[in-house]
Design a protein around this ligand. Structure first.
Ligand SMILES: *Cc1c(COP(=O)(O)O)cnc(C)c1O
Length: 396
């Protein structure tokens, strides 16, 4: 029997969600069902698995016990109806687009969404006649005026990358629903520990589990969690037929990573708060964006919809790109690499790296200035991180 998690705290739920010791040997860790297909007991059983009269497994692209264990666990953390694990975060994004959009249909998205989430819409889905508007969703008037009668999705990312701008999830849910559209939230930056969009009115939430959920910078993956059975069935059918499923070994690894999610998130965001406060008063820094600072223009919204402020910081070193490069090249602990959400600190320069293919005027309009440095704070000792930044800034 699995533990009833109703009313249990987040640390208990992240530890035990999806837990169901195997009935044959009692293995506490879920076995890796490394199989592509499943044998039926007899012809009738096979037929019943296909009609759904029996809940048996058929084929791993359709379902697999190890994958399902991960899906159940993450669904528990997001308070959803059910989850669907995908090969990467982008497989989750494109599966949602494919499920709800088509020729003559429209979506509204956050202008500073993850680069590929915007590019795949602008370059690929547009070829099939899908229409889109990417706007600053922090401004609800802009969201309202972008909605059309053929809008099927309002797709937001909050905090957005790398501007750390927030979007009001509950308000966007109302706007989407007034227009007969669904609200989708990319919750990667917060993880299910710090923000639960389905509880704020969203219909679908997704994560790149490559980031916080796996947390060890060694696996890519994605997951979609829906509020209702209808949305689950629609998206699941698309993923079964298009094939962006996760595999059993990958599922086992990400479940293993997820067990320490709340510990890692707590430590990393405590570090981030101290680093942001240090940077804010440093003479070599122009500005710092972190939702946990009172200077963040949406600090009140952060308090309202987030359970913590996360561990992503953006800042600009005096001297723009040149100053930023001195820091990038001289910090010793944060590694110069894209990605985020792992145990280790990573630092990067969006204008020349993750966001290099956005035209300059659009990038600047979205608030990604030339000298912006993005720091994904890890779980190291904060004293060591502070001393490291201090010595790098002294060289500017
Ligand atoms: C990384 C990321 C994605 C894409 O995920 P992959 O696992 O790299 O495919 C989508 N959204 C956000 C916010 C991300 O950080």
């Amino acid at each position: 029997m699995s533990l009833d998690l109703k009313g249990k705290g987040i640390n208990t739920r992240v530890t035990h969600a999806g837990e169901n010791p195997d009935s044959v040997h009692g293995s506490v860790s879920v076995p890796i069902y490394q199989t592509s297909t499943f044998k039926f007991r007899d012809a009738d059983h096979g037929a019943q698995c296909f009609t759904g009269e029996e809940q048996g497994y058929i084929y791993t692209r359709v379902g697999n016990p190890t994958i399902n264990t991960f899906e159940e666990a993450v669904t528990e953390l997001e308070h959803g109806f059910a989850g669907i694990a995908t090969s990467t975060g982008m497989a989750a994004v494109t599966s949602i687009y494919m499920t709800y959009l088509g020729a003559g249909l429209h979506m509204v998205g956050t202008d500073a969404v993850y680069g590929s989430s915007r590019m795949v819409m602008e370059n690929e889905f547009s070829r099939f006649g899908v229409e889109h508007s990417f706007v600053d969703t922090a401004d609800l008037d802009k969201v309202r005026s972008a909605m059309r009668s053929n809008t099927k999705l309002l797709y937001i990312e909050t905090p957005a990358n790398p501007t750390i701008k927030l979007t009001d999830i509950a308000a966007c849910a109302d706007i989407a629903h007034e227009h007969g559209a669904l609200l989708v939230v990319d919750n990667t930056f917060m993880s299910p520990i710090l923000q639960n969009p389905l509880e704020l009115g969203a219909d679908i939430v997704l994560h790149s589990i490559t980031k916080y959920i796996n947390g060890h910078t060694d696996v890519v993956g994605g997951v979609i969690i829906t509020k209702t059975e209808d949305e689950f069935t629609r998206i699941k059918n698309v993923i079964i037929s298009t094939g962006g499923t996760m595999d059993p070994h990958q599922s086992w690894l990400v479940l293993r990573g997820m067990r320490t999610l709340s510990l890692r998130v707590d430590r990393a965001q405590a570090n981030a708060q101290k680093l942001a406060e240090f940077l804010e008063t440093h003479p070599k820094i122009d500005w710092v964006r972190y939702p946990g600072l009172k200077s963040h223009p949406q600090h009140d919204l952060a308090k309202r919809q987030m359970k913590g402020y996360g561990s992503m910081i953006s800042f600009e070193v005096k001297g723009g790109v040149a100053g930023g490069k001195v820091v990038l090249n001289h910090v010793k602990i944060p590694q110069l690499a894209v990605s985020l959400g792992g145990y280790e600190s990573l630092i990067q320069h969006p204008a020349s790296m993750t966001h290099h293919n956005i035209p300059d005027d659009e990038r600047l309009a979205a608030g990604i200035s030339d000298g912006l440095v993005r720091l994904a704070v890890g779980t190291e000792d904060v004293e060591d991180l502070l001393a490291d930044l201090e010595q790098a800034l002294a060289l500017v």
